[in-house]
Structures are given as C-alpha cells and as structure tokens.
Write a protein that binds this ligand. Structure first.
Ligand code: KIV
Length: 272
C-alpha cells in the first residue's frame, strides 16, 4: 500500500499517481483490479449511487456503509492487505465544518469503522486549517481539495474556478496553507492548467488533478464518468467507454426477449 507518508517521495521520484473513485464492492473491485494507487470513496457517490442532485445530503453513516463495501470489493481481488491501494474517504458536508472536535470524531469513525486510512475534506478557510491541524496531530492523514469544491455548490456552482489572477493568487496561498497544515496531498478540481502546473512546481506534496490539465503529480476521476455510466458528464471528463447506452441496449434486449412469442413462458397455460 502507498501510505500517505510515502506520497512525498512518490512525487520526488516523478512517478505519476493514478486515483479513481469507487462507491460499492463492484466498483471497488474494478478499480483495485485496474491497479490504482488509491481509491477515493468520494462524496460524489451521493449523486452517482444515491441519486441526489448534489453531494450535500450524504451522511457520515452512509459514507461509512459505502466505504466498507468498497473495502470488501478491493479485498475480493487483492488477497494481501499490504498490497491494497490506499482507501481515502471523503468527510461529508457538515461532518467537519462545525467544530474541530466534531471533525476528529467524524474522521476517527472513518478510520475505526471502515478500511479507509485517510480522509479528504474541502476548502482552506482558517477554521478548516485548524481542523486539518487537529486531525493530522491526532494521527489522521488528510487530503485537501481546492478549486471546484462541490460542497460549496450553492456559492460556486460547477463552473471552472480561479480564472482571474486575484483568485489564482488566493488559491496558491490556500494550497500552501493546506501543505503547512499537514495535508499529504491536494486535489485540484476544474482550474486552469497553468495554475495546476504552478502549484505542481511550487508544492512539495503531490497535486492530484481533476479537470486541471496534464501538469499534475497524479490524476483522479469519478469512475462512473470515466466509464460513461452517467447521463451527464462534467466537461473535463471524457469517457473511455460508453457503458450507459450499452447497458440500456442489453437490458431492453432482455426485456423484449421475455415478451417474445418464442419464449416458452409466453404460451404456457396458467397453473391455477
Ligand atoms: O467526491 C469525489 O468523487 C471527489 C472527486 C471529484 C475528486 O471529490
């Protein structure tokens, strides 16, 4: 397993990191079998797996439930726990914003009650930095997340972030603060490529991009987007396959076959 403490040297080696999300045992098994460095049980599962319009409604209990399922999926394809990819679980909205004590309790539950060995949280406001410091000093590895932060959708929307020099300087300052607070890596979502490249050069910790261009230390994608499973794709995630239309076609072919006159059940007399 690539432990959070090893991520710095991985960056120094110049070996790009590959991360994907998972939300259940099936997706966990798939991404583990593909050989990812880390599996993110992202709160995007609120939309991908639970049908919510945003990530806000998902609860800590639900995240734990999904994280355990992902862990079982990973274990089903990789027998040796030492060879498992690092499992990172998102702290859901309002599980860490209210107080540092609540954040430690929430992240502590993640590490105690699921196979995750690290948490991710969004933003770098002064209160968030206090929370990260407490978590790290409690022995809980933390991944940061800047740029498009979906838990702030009602303030930011889903548009590209940090498009002007003032916003870019603010984001650079925030990224440095996250590194100083002890984050072992930083997710940078939907920002200009040049900004991601600047941060990749400037920060010691790995910068993991999603819609942030190629000049990052690694990339993360929502697996359902990469596989074309969702009705709507974010503009920065080009699917490598289109599973949704293929699945719909196979399922409707099966339904049609059940109704065909050639199906023995179609002409069978009722038993009553
Ligand atoms: O929730 C999630 O899947 C994420 C990724 C988009 C990085 O945070």
């Amino acid at each position: 397993m690539l432990r959070p403490g090893d991520w710095l040297s991985r960056k120094q080696e110049g070996a790009p990191l590959a991360l994907l999300t998972a939300w259940d045992a099936l997706s966990g098994a798939w991404v583990a079998a593909a050989g990812v460095d880390a599996v993110l049980v992202g709160d995007s599962l609120a939309m991908v797996a639970l049908g919510h319009a945003t990530t806000l409604p998902v609860t800590l209990d639900e995240m734990l439930h999904h994280c355990r399922a992902v862990g079982r999926g990973v274990a089903s394809v990789i027998a040796d726990p030492a060879a498992h990819p690092l499992l990172i679980c998102d702290l859901p909205f309002l599980s860490y914003q209210c107080s540092a004590d609540e954040a430690v309790a929430a992240a502590g539950r993640v590490l105690k009650q699921s196979p995750a060995a690290a948490v991710k949280l969004e933003g770098a406001e002064p209160e968030t930095l206090v929370v990260i410091d407490r978590l790290v000093r409690s022995g809980i590895p933390v991944m940061g997340h800047l740029g498009l932060t979906p838990q702030s959708v009602h303030q930011l929307g889903y548009r590209r972030q940090a498009t002007d020099p003032v916003a870019q300087q603010r984001l650079v300052t925030q990224a440095e603060a996250l590194q100083s607070a002890g984050c072992f890596a930083l997710v940078l979502e939907h920002v200009p490529d040049t900004l991601a490249q600047r941060l990749q050069l400037q920060l010691a910790v790995p910068v993991i991009g999603i819609g942030a261009g190629p000049h990052c230390d690694g990339q993360v994608l929502v697996t359902a987007d990469l596989l074309g499973m969702t009705p709507r794709q974010p503009p920065f995630a080009q699917p490598l396959v289109n599973l949704r239309p293929q699945a719909l076609e196979a399922l409707s072919r099966w339904v049609t076959a059940q109704r065909a006159p050639t199906n023995p059940a179609a002409s069978a007399a009722p038993h009553c």
